[in-house]
Design a protein around this ligand. Structure first.
Ligand SMILES: Cc1cc2nc3c(=O)[nH]c(=O)nc-3n(C[C@H](O)[C@H](O)[C@H](O)COP(=O)(O)OP(=O)(O)OC[C@H]3O[C@@H](n4cnc5c(N)ncnc54)[C@H](O)[C@@H]3O)c2cc1C
Length: 389
């Protein structure tokens, strides 16, 4: 392994890979990406639902989506890898009057930024997603350019393109320490030797706080377990066709956070557990499936007779306000953060990587990054992102 580099990136998920790729676009290629697992995308990136949406509640997040989805649409030509991107839309279902009010305001914001977002009633929502039961839904929003992409494809696409221009990717290598001298990053220690560097990018997902601590920086990111279940149709010989959407439309019941989309011949679904405290545990809690199923069959009755073929859990990397931390650490010079994406990091990784690369290169990122400033919490509570699912 090389003993010095201009930049060391800690973590080989979608964020680390995107930062590496975007650095190379700016001519910065003396870069080492260090990943402790044997494969890239083995953390949260490999366990996510692949959802990609424009529908957010703040201008900065919407702009991140516009840029990111633009790149995902051009990914094959520009980055050079297939990512199985299907733009069948995201449908948000709203059953609480306060949510209706918030979403109405945000649809105006989204339209002002050039997005085509429709406002629907319950029958309109049911027409878009056959098999959906929209009882009690007071309103719904739909953006046809939202969709589902392959997180592994995106990560590998970025990583391979970065590698092709000289970035070293060191798998099976754990970062064990960060050396700081006179308040500035001086190097990284790993299970396979030390690398001298003046710039470290913390792209360690739910482990961002540990990496920050190694450098004496506070990175307020907490891990939270999230489950995904895959349901298969009951025996086809048993009778009527399975009443589920044929497209990959992503349906989100905003009040409960239950969501689903088609995954091959089956249905992928999940829901957050608001009562579970922060944890690094990713074992599947089968008792939670009963709770999810109660909500799930209310919205997609076809799930009642389905069998569960797969289940897994991964970690959301939650920040205190649902917005990421993108930029320089206020505690240590040379430490850059790209952390705390709170359940929507995959879809924002293309733009987030570009922003971090610009900051490292000393370029103007062309976006007001103050809502994502790693220093923002020191000044007291801040209003953040409302569409955290
Ligand atoms: C169930 C679930 C569903 C989700 N659904 C969506 C979705 O639909 N859309 C969306 O946009 N987002 C979704 N997310 C969120 C998304 O997966 C994350 O925001 C995103 O993957 C974060 O990427 P990352 O690269 O920062 O983190 P990770 O992918 O976790 O990568 C961090 C890497 O750092 C490595 N690492 C940690 N410590 C060290 C160390 N000491 N040394 C070396 N390497 C280290 C880890 O091994 C890991 O590979 C979902 C998440 C989960 C859990």
């Amino acid at each position: 392994m090389q003993s010095s580099a201009d930049v060391v990136i800690v973590g080989g998920g979608c964020m680390g890979a995107s930062v590496a790729y975007h650095l190379t676009r700016l001519g910065i290629t003396d870069v080492v990406l260090v990943e402790r697992e044997k494969l890239l995308a083995a953390g949260s990136t490999g366990r996510n639902a692949g959802g990609v949406r424009h529908q957010f509640s703040t201008e900065t997040n919407i702009r991140l989506s516009i840029e990111s989805i633009g790149l995902l649409e051009r990914f094959a030509e520009e980055v050079g890898a297939p990512i199985d991107f299907h733009q069948d839309g995201y449908l948000f279902l709203l059953s609480a009057p306060e949510a209706v009010e918030t979403f109405r305001r945000n649809v105006e914001l989204q339209r002002r930024l050039g997005l085509d977002v429709e406002w629907l009633d319950a029958p309109g929502a049911e027409r878009l997603a056959p098999g959906l039961d929209a009882s009690g839904v007071l309103g719904a929003t739909f953006c046809a350019r939202d969709g589902i992409a392959d997180p592994n494809g995106v990560t590998m696409g970025f990583a391979k393109a970065a590698q092709a221009t000289g970035v070293a990717i060191e798998r099976d290598t754990e970062v064990t320490g960060i050396d700081v001298r006179d308040g500035r990053v001086a190097g990284v220690r790993t299970s396979r030797g030390a690398i001298q560097t003046r710039i470290v990018v913390n792209a360690a997902g739910p482990h961002a706080r540990e990496i920050g601590r190694m450098a004496g920086a506070d990175v307020p990111v907490a891990p939270h377990r999230r489950h995904i279940f895959i349901a298969q149709a009951p025996d086809a010989a048993a009778g009527a066709p399975w009443r589920v959407p044929a497209s990959r439309i992503m349906v989100i019941d905003f009040d409960t956070t239950f969501y689903f989309h088609r995954e091959g011949a089956g249905i992928l679904f999940g829901m957050g557990d608001r009562n579970e405290p922060s944890t690094f545990d990713t074992t599947v809690r089968w008792d939670f499936l009963d709770e999810v199923t109660r909500v799930a069959i209310g919205r997609l009755p076809a799930l009642e007779d389905a069998s569960i073929s797969h289940a897994w859990a991964g970690l959301y990397e939650m920040s205190p306000d649902g917005n990421p931390l993108i930029g320089r650490s206020p505690d240590v010079d040379g430490l850059f953060l790209v952390n705390g994406f709170s359940g929507h990091g995959f879809q924002h990784s293309p733009a987030a990587g570009r922003l971090v690369a610009d900051l490292i290169a000393g370029r103007d990122p062309g976006l007001d990054l103050s809502p994502f400033s790693p220093a923002r919490f020191a000044a007291g509570p801040v209003a953040g992102e409302r569409y955290v699912v």
